[in-house]
Design a protein around this ligand. Structure first.
Ligand code: PLP
Length: 413
């Protein structure tokens, strides 16, 4: 993928946290908004407020095209992926319901579900994944469905192992059982093609600031037409519409979008999605698969090195969690930054069950007791084969070192 941005002197490999860099069009769209639009959508009849509304609508249309949705107004703007997941989980589940998630899920699925369990509202089943690959067998989902099951919530791609789950098959199982299917696409949207009709998906939660290449503070929730009246809003307030009424509008998207929008962020998100549409997500997926293949081959023979998830470039995204004998994950991340300028993330990555599944939830032998988890390298569309070769060489060099001397280590996160 030809990068069209100013080259960074450091190598950012933490795209699973948030993507960086963004296409230059993203910043240009935000600057244009700040300099020439400025108004707030639905909060005035003047041209600038109308222009703001048009920015939002264009972004919805682009999201609808990207995911093959039925109606742009069924893409609800949220603060991030956690916010989208909370709307779907809290808005959908009712007292007495049963929900299914997996051990591979992120805390942004686990915590909202656990909170409902703690309040006695719902029960849940957390299905296990294969310890070697992180893969979830659709049959385990099928077996977990009971008469009260109303929601299956799953991350399509693990933010720890990179494993892609069999979403299409699970979606069909959900549809047959008349159970809503919520896909957490934080690590898959923009990295692999997603078709909400073919998969089939009822709710799709996305981070705008990761693979969709928008700025921090953006996200969205797709709601399958027909479900919106059964999804409760979790936040009510001003929408700029039907202001004579003091109750929440019931039409889309206002039913779920209260308060002034992050319109400048959405302007950037819209440009990020336009860039994806232009490049084609299938082409990005092919590029990232090539990066994965190179990385796997290049670190293959490194002594004492293990990475989690699928062993080959298929069935995964470019998220690699590493352990190297003799290094605590935090120490390894600090060496990668200080010795090579490579930016990674160590720890449990807000997904403790994924680490328990892989056996990496405890500190490795010889490491400080709180130096748990792995060191994660995550790729983005602007990474080149040279970048990934450089990172793999750095990892191999560190693996060859007998006794690592720890550099100054930042506090655990
Ligand atoms: C799998 C997964 N789900 C949800 C989230 C939450 O995303 P956000 O930070 O946009 O709320 C993340 C963030 O890393 C993630 O990796």
């Amino acid at each position: 993928m030809a990068p069209s941005f100013i080259r960074q002197s450091r190598l950012y490999l933490d795209n699973a946290a948030t993507s960086f860099p963004k296409p230059p069009e993203v910043l240009a769209a935000m600057v244009h908004y700040a300099e020439h639009i400025g108004g707030s959508a639905g909060r005035g009849g003047y041209a600038e407020a109308r222009a703001s509304a048009a920015v939002l609508q264009t972004c919805r249309e682009r999201l609808n095209t990207l995911f093959n949705g039925e109606n742009p107004n069924h893409f609800i703007f949220t603060l991030n992926c956690s916010d989208a997941l909370n709307l779907a989980i809290q808005g959908w589940l009712r007292p007495g319901d049963h929900a299914i998630c997996s051990a591979m899920d992120h805390n942004s699925v686990l915590r909202p579900l656990n909170e409902l369990v703690r309040r006695g509202v719902i029960t849940q089943t957390r299905v296990a994944a294969d310890p070697a690959t992180g893969w979830i067998d659709p049959d385990t989902i099928r077996r977990a469905i009971g008469p009260r099951t109303r929601l299956i919530a799953l991350a399509q791609a693990s933010n720890v192992t990179g494993t892609l789950q069999p979403i299409r098959e699970i979606g069909r199982i959900a549809r047959q059982a008349d159970v809503a299917f919520l896909v957490d696409a934080a690590q898959s949207a923009g990295h692999v093609p997603i078709d909400v009709r073919a998969e089939p998906i009822d709710f799709l939660a996305c981070a705008g600031h990761k693979g969709l290449l928008g700025p921090l503070g953006t996200g969205c929730l797709y709601i399958r037409p027909g479900l919106e009246q059964r999804l409760r809003s979790v936040r009510q307030g001003g929408t700029g519409s039907v202001s004579e009424r003091d109750t929440q509008p019931d039409f889309m998207p206002d039913r779920f979008e209260s308060g002034s929008h992050n319109a400048i962020g959405i302007a950037g998100l819209s440009a990020g999605v336009a860039w994806l549409l232009e490049q084609g997500v299938a082409a990005i997926a092919r590029h990232e698969r090539e990066l994965c293949g190179l990385f796997i081959e290049a670190v293959g023979a490194a002594p004492g090195l293990r990475f989690l998830g699928p062993p080959g470039p298929d069935g995964r995204v470019g998220v690699f969690s590493l352990r190297i004998d003799g290094f605590g994950p935090r120490v390894l991340a600090a060496h990668l930054e200080e010795d090579f300028g490579i930016l990674t993330r160590s720890g449990l990555h807000c997904a403790p069950g994924a680490h328990r599944t892989a056996g990496t939830d405890q500190a490795p032998p010889g490491a400080a007791a709180d130096d748990v988890g792995t060191t994660r390298l995550s790729f983005g569309p602007f990474n080149t084969l040279q970048d990934i070769q450089f990172a793999a060489d750095a990892v191999v060099k560190l693996a060859g070192r007998q006794i690592p001397s720890p550099p100054a280590i930042p506090a655990p996160v």
